[in-house]
Design a protein around this ligand. Structure first.
Ligand SMILES: *[C@@H]1O[C@H](CO)[C@@H](O)[C@H](O)[C@H]1NC(C)=O
Ligand SMILES: *[C@@H]1O[C@H](CO)[C@@H](O)[C@H](O)[C@H]1NC(C)=O
Ligand SMILES: *[C@@H]1O[C@H](CO)[C@@H](O)[C@H](O)[C@H]1NC(C)=O
Ligand SMILES: *[C@@H]1O[C@H](CO)[C@@H](O)[C@H](O)[C@H]1NC(C)=O
Ligand SMILES: *[C@@H]1O[C@H](CO)[C@@H](O)[C@H](O)[C@H]1NC(C)=O
Ligand SMILES: *[C@@H]1O[C@H](CO)[C@@H](O)[C@H](O)[C@H]1NC(C)=O
Ligand SMILES: *[C@@H]1O[C@H](CO)[C@@H](O)[C@H](O)[C@H]1NC(C)=O
Ligand SMILES: *[C@@H]1O[C@H](CO)[C@@H](O)[C@H](O)[C@H]1NC(C)=O
Ligand SMILES: *[C@@H]1O[C@H](CO)[C@@H](O)[C@H](O)[C@H]1NC(C)=O
Ligand SMILES: *[C@@H]1O[C@H](CO)[C@@H](O)[C@H](O)[C@H]1NC(C)=O
Ligand SMILES: *[C@@H]1O[C@H](CO)[C@@H](O)[C@H](O)[C@H]1NC(C)=O
Length: 570
């Protein structure tokens, strides 16, 4: 009898732990949350999962369930309730957009409720946010099974609220191999009927492949490119011939209304510049090599995400509807099932929102995670460039010369995701040469942050909730050599640039050796890398009007190049 009394609670706790572990909460976090919240917490988790199960019944494709959302809930434009529960951060930090973990600052991005990002540091608050589900329906079999046994593990409600370390780590060298192989192995949908535009692409492919170093292409130190001759040839062919058709369909604000500032601004700037482009945009779709789906993943989420729903279903449905519209109105989508269509999307959720319905499209994604759905030969990595001032995107560009960069390594940011606390555990206040901080203090924070970037040798770009972080681009903007600690992140323009020539890639597991790794880089090599950072910088800058080789052209080039090498002779 005694034993039984003991066994039941133990079994209960054990199965709950299993469940929570399964949904990939960091372990210690689970335990402490359980202790602090007790049973009511568990109940609401059950109710919440019930909602998930219900959703999965409706949509057996489980689009919404796949690596669903992360903590915390993203902002909802007109949300007002509960905003007081969060830590006090109604100031600049609230305007930060996604919880990218910046030091707070006064950026007039948009009025948002403050709850979302700012409470992220507070684990207990965060947990209550995500287990709460106002739509929680009655408990279903799934919820029961959670309490009954660990059989829930086999349930369809596979969710990842906070991503843990990736199960498989793909080092940059392996990515290089995968990229090379993708040219032969990725087979795009064969067009149902031929087009003149495809013939032109095939021709471009032959011209790029036949380029030789002896061809009249100016030689520079071309180490920053994988193949400088091929790049220049491809770029020139793009400038001469590429035509893009932009669908007029689609209502504002999700379509045709670019957001020009904040951390998701890349998709907005691209949208604006392609829509205004006289060189690349064609009004005659029969001329087009590529078709652009002009939506903003950021505005999609802001407009349609239902708070606490943890479901992207309505956003996926919305985009599906759009695709149906254009497939009915034009022959182009059906011709290739979308293979000559592309999207440019910077929000965290874009990969999962588009992975099924736009699976054939070329997707330019900020959230470029090789284990998160990005596919070489089809998708490309989009730089996440934090635009602080939409009328002056080049403000503060540049940094100190190497001789005046006295800090060895710098990082500051909110404790988003599982990795940053690990980084801080190892390096915060441990070594005067390693300036590794959490969130910098409000007010002065912004200035300090930029000053550090401008005067450090290496800038640590540590992943947040997702693999991508705007720090990679900031480092280049401020001429600091980026140190990317984000397993499986595919850096922008990977098909063109030789990232290892100007950035340092450190595996997450090597964090304890970070200083040793950086110190082992000879000064001469560092100087060379820093010089290359300055050289590639032009590829990552937005200009009010696009200029040759800037980020607008480079994004276009990535997409063009990808499509060119998808074409097979018929
Ligand atoms: C929220 O905003 C949407 C459009 O942005 C609007 O249709 C809706 O009525 C708003 N809801 C509330 C409660 O203000
Ligand atoms: C938030 O807090 C302020 C002051 O602390 C209070 O006036 C306001 O009513 C609160 N709002 C909500 C929704 O609780
Ligand atoms: C938020 O902070 C400001 C100043 O830092 C303070 O005046 C205000 O009372 C705080 N509000 C809450 C709800 O803590
Ligand atoms: C932000 O909200 C305040 C008051 O709620 C308003 O006065 C201001 O114009 C808003 N700013 C923007 C950019 O919407
Ligand atoms: C987290 O929230 C709890 C309760 O809301 C509060 O007591 C605590 O100070 C917060 N911790 C941080 C780090 O904000
Ligand atoms: C859960 O959400 C409901 C409705 O939004 C709210 O009334 C309740 O207080 C929330 N519970 C927690 C623990 O936040
Ligand atoms: C276990 O699950 C069954 C149905 O699967 C249910 O009838 C039973 O009540 C559950 N037991 C507990 C303790 O929840
Ligand atoms: C660059 O690409 C061209 C065309 O594919 C090829 O002929 C050349 O050998 C490549 N150069 C290098 C250094 O790989
Ligand atoms: C559109 O382009 C096609 C192919 O280049 C051409 O045959 C057709 O006349 C063009 N239509 C218009 C309206 O210019
Ligand atoms: C494209 O295919 C869809 C589904 O098969 C069909 O409904 C649509 O009418 C087709 N579009 C055109 C223009 O034929
Ligand atoms: C943004 O840049 C413009 C042009 O340089 C300047 O006039 C404006 O004051 C800047 N805005 C902010 C908020 O810094």
């Amino acid at each position: 009898m005694e034993t039984r009394k003991l066994l039941w609670p133990m079994a209960l706790v054990f199965s709950v732990i299993l469940l929570l572990q399964y949904i990939e909460l960091p372990y210690g976090y689970v335990l402490s949350s359980l202790l602090s919240f007790g049973k009511s917490q568990v109940t609401s988790a059950g109710g919440f999962l019930a909602g998930a199960a219900a959703a999965s019944n409706i949509n057996p494709t489980t689009e919404v369930l796949h690596n669903a959302t992360k903590l915390p809930d993203p902002p909802n434009r007109n949300r007002t309730d509960e905003s007081n529960k969060s830590s006090n951060a109604s100031s600049g930090a609230a305007n930060y957009g996604r919880a990218a973990g910046y030091p707070p600052q006064d950026i007039p991005v948009k009025n948002r409720s403050s709850k979302d990002e700012t409470s992220a540091g507070n684990k207990s608050v965060s947990l209550s946010m995500f287990v709460n589900n106002s739509n929680a329906g009655p408990r279903t079999d799934l919820a029961d099974s959670v309490y009954n046994s660990s059989s829930a593990v086999k349930s369809p409600a596979k969710r990842k609220w906070i991503k843990g370390p990736p199960a498989v780590v793909v080092p940059i060298s392996a990515m290089n191999d995968m990229l090379r192989q993708s040219r032969a192995s990725y087979l795009a949908v064969k067009p149902r009927w031929p087009s003149r535009a495809d013939g032109e692409l095939l021709n471009a492919q032959k011209l790029i492949e036949s380029v030789r170093i002896v061809d009249k292409i100016p030689r520079v130190d071309d180490d920053v490119y994988r193949n400088y001759s091929a790049f220049v040839r491809s770029y020139e062919l793009m400038e001469q011939s590429l035509k893009i058709y932009v669908y007029d369909e689609g209502k504002r604000p999700i379509f045709h209304q670019p957001e020009m500032s904040g951390i998701y601004a890349s998709e907005g700037w691209f949208m604006k510049q392609i829509e205004e482009s006289e060189r690349f945009r064609t009004k005659n779709a029969s001329d087009a090599h590529l078709f652009y789906l002009p939506f903003s993943s950021r505005v999609l989420q802001e407009t349609l995400y239902v708070k606490y729903s943890h479901s992207r279903k309505n956003m996926v449905a919305f985009l599906s509807d759009y695709l149906r519209t254009i497939a009915a109105a034009y022959p182009f989508w059906n011709r290739t099932s979308g293979a000559d269509h592309f999207l440019v999307a910077c929000h965290d959720w874009a990969p999962s929102e588009t992975k099924r319905i736009m699976r054939n499209c070329i997707r330019a994604l900020c959230n470029a995670d090789i284990r998160g759905g990005l596919q070489f030969g089809k998708d490309v990595s989009l730089p996440e460039i934090f635009v602080r001032n939409a009328s002056d995107p080049l403000k503060d560009v540049g940094g100190k010369p190497p001789s005046q960069r006295r800090t060895l390594a710098f990082f500051a940011g909110n404790m988003h995701g599982y990795f940053r606390p690990i980084l801080l555990d190892y390096w915060q206040d441990k070594d005067p040469e390693m300036k590794i901080f959490g969130k910098l203090r409000p007010g002065k924070g912004r200035k300090t942050y930029i000053q550090y970037m401008k005067s450090s040798k290496y800038c640590i770009s540590a992943k947040g909730y997702e693999a991508y972080t705007p720090r990679v681009m900031e480092a280049i903007f401020y001429e600091c050599v980026p140190v990317i600690i984000s397993d499986n992140y595919v850096p922008p323009f990977f098909e063109t640039l030789n990232w290892e020539s100007f950035a340092v890639f450190v595996l997450e597991k090597d964090t304890p050796n970070l200083k040793r790794i950086l110190e082992s880089i000879p000064e001469k090599t560092y100087l060379k890398m820093q010089e290359r950072v300055r050289r590639v910088q032009k590829h990552f800058l937005w200009h009010m009007k696009p200029v040759k080789f800037d980020v607008f052209h480079m994004i276009l080039h990535s997409i063009w190049y990808t499509r060119v090498f998808q074409i097979r002779p018929s």
